[in-house]
Ligand binder design. Structure first.
Ligand SMILES: *Cc1c(COP(=O)(O)O)cnc(C)c1O
Length: 427
């Protein structure tokens, strides 16, 4: 049987598609329809294709070897070949991601394998980075072993950077939820011929678009908001359309074939199912987090302009157990300066951190809550809280990372308040 002509993987199509669609449809319309061009059968819901290998064309005159396709740089007339290269569900998922991230996108087996692939491709001599997700530092250590890659501080002087180096910004930052000014880092990197790589996991669409501010590559751990249901591992690299013209997307696609760090077929299918609802989930989660942070902050600073009216008792309780609260919505100077609202116009992200007044409170609070799972990771529809010391040995031992889900925010507030009360009564 001839291979299915409508499931053709065509790099150029993904590239064209990411720019065409992005300009005309809303985010959710893109998430639901950007893969329509790959929807060949009568199914409304995407079918799950589990095959690792695909039949070649049955007409010998139409057979084209891999070398011939490489030579004329097209995959025309041929469908999928082998799932380490491309597969139907993953390709549909990537079509949606390319559209909503506004740059051609490739998926990987995890967020860290996506960062690894980006570093293999760019092969920088230096990387400027600070704090952030500890796993990313683990990937950098592997590269230090292989290539002698040198780490610089994110705020290093521009003169320390050279052509081909990488400035790596994670924003908002894990675990605090604080946001960074991408424009500033893009200017610094580009003034030296270096590249800006942005880990935007904590700020998925519709919260921010790092390409608008000069990112060359945008990374997402799709395990978090894109997946959104705590049931799939996924990494994503999206390439700035300007860099696509320099062959970056093609290069990354070729190297992925040999790194072999693709997602499984099931994840491709789950990815489509999940990303359809990205906007409604993230909007709700960001709203919830904003309300909870405002409520906690109002309890800590009752006199503040625009503060919620938090009762005397609740306010005293919060002040007794909460020492510090971090979230981009509390970066008052950056909001006044203007850049933060420009770069994050639709909410500040569903993760924030609470530093408790005592370590024992941080260790015990999670077990006293009913609506928060005590678990690592984030981005799912269910709220999570993590005593961050469980997975990060370098962090303040009083810090709790909170990932807000889609529950009613008042329920989450009441659960926290009840937990605080129990902590004080039975520390
Ligand atoms: C989780 C996370 C990663 C790693 O993603 P995995 O899918 O777990 O490999 C990278 N960066 C950030 C900011 C993360 O939160």
């Amino acid at each position: 049987m001839a291979s299915n002509a409508t499931s053709i993987f065509d790099e150029q199509h993904l590239i064209d598609h990411s720019t065409e669609q992005a300009s005309s449809l809303s985010l959710s319309s893109q998430a639901v329809h950007a893969d329509d061009f790959l929807n060949s059968g009568q199914d409304v819901a995407p079918p799950l294709h589990v095959s690792t290998t695909y039949r070649y064309n049955n007409d010998p005159s139409k057979l084209k070897t891999w070398a011939e396709k490489d030579a004329d740089n097209s995959h025309e007339g041929e469908g999928h070949i082998y799932s380490r290269h491309t597969a139907p569900n993953t390709t549909r998922f990537e079509a949606i991601l390319s559209s909503i991230l506004k740059g051609p996108a490739l998926t990987y087996s995890s967020g860290l394998s996506a960062l690894h692939a980006a570093l293999v491709f760019l092969n920088p001599k230096r990387i400027a980075i600070r704090d952030g997700y500890h796993g990313c530092h683990g990937v950098i250590e592997v590269h230090q072993k292989l290539t002698g890659l040198k780490k610089l501080d994110l705020y290093c002087d521009a003169s320390e950077l050279e052509s081909g180096d990488v400035v790596h910004v994670e924003t908002p930052l894990n675990p605090t939820g604080q946001a960074y000014n991408l424009k500033e880092f893009a200017e610094k990197a580009h003034s030296r011929g270096a590249f800006l790589v942005v880990d935007a996991t904590f700020g998925p669409p519709p919260l921010q678009d790092p390409f608008l501010w000069g990112a060359d590559i945008v990374i997402h751990s799709g395990t978090k908001y894109v997946g959104g249901h705590s049931d799939m591992l996924c990494g994503i690299l999206a390439v700035n359309p300007e860099r696509v013209k320099e062959g970056w997307f093609e290069g990354l696609t070729k190297e992925r074939l040999f790194l072999g760090n693709v997602m499984g077929n099931m994840e491709g299918w789950l990815g489509i199912r999940s990303v359809r609802t990205l906007e409604v989930r993230v909007e709700r989660q960001a709203f919830n987090a904003g309300m909870l942070v405002k409520w906690l902050d109002s309890a800590l600073h009752p006199g503040k302009e625009g503060a919620f009216a938090v009762g005397e008792e609740a306010s005293g309780l919060v002040r007794r157990v909460v020492g510090r609260l971090d979230h981009a919505s509390l970066q008052e100077q950056d909001i006044k300066d203007g850049w933060l609202l420009k770069q994050m116009p639709n909410g500040f992200g569903p993760v924030f951190s609470i530093t408790m007044t005592e370590q024992i409170f941080a260790r015990r609070l999670p077990s006293k809550l009913a609506l928060f799972h005590h678990a690592t990771s984030l981005g799912g529809v269910e709220s999570l809280i993590e005593w961050r010391s469980m997975t990060d040995s370098k962090i303040d031992t009083r810090l709790l990372r909170v990932s807000i889900g889609i529950e009613g925010w008042e329920d989450l507030r009441n659960d926290l308040l009840r937990g605080f009360k129990e902590l004080v009564q039975d520390p």
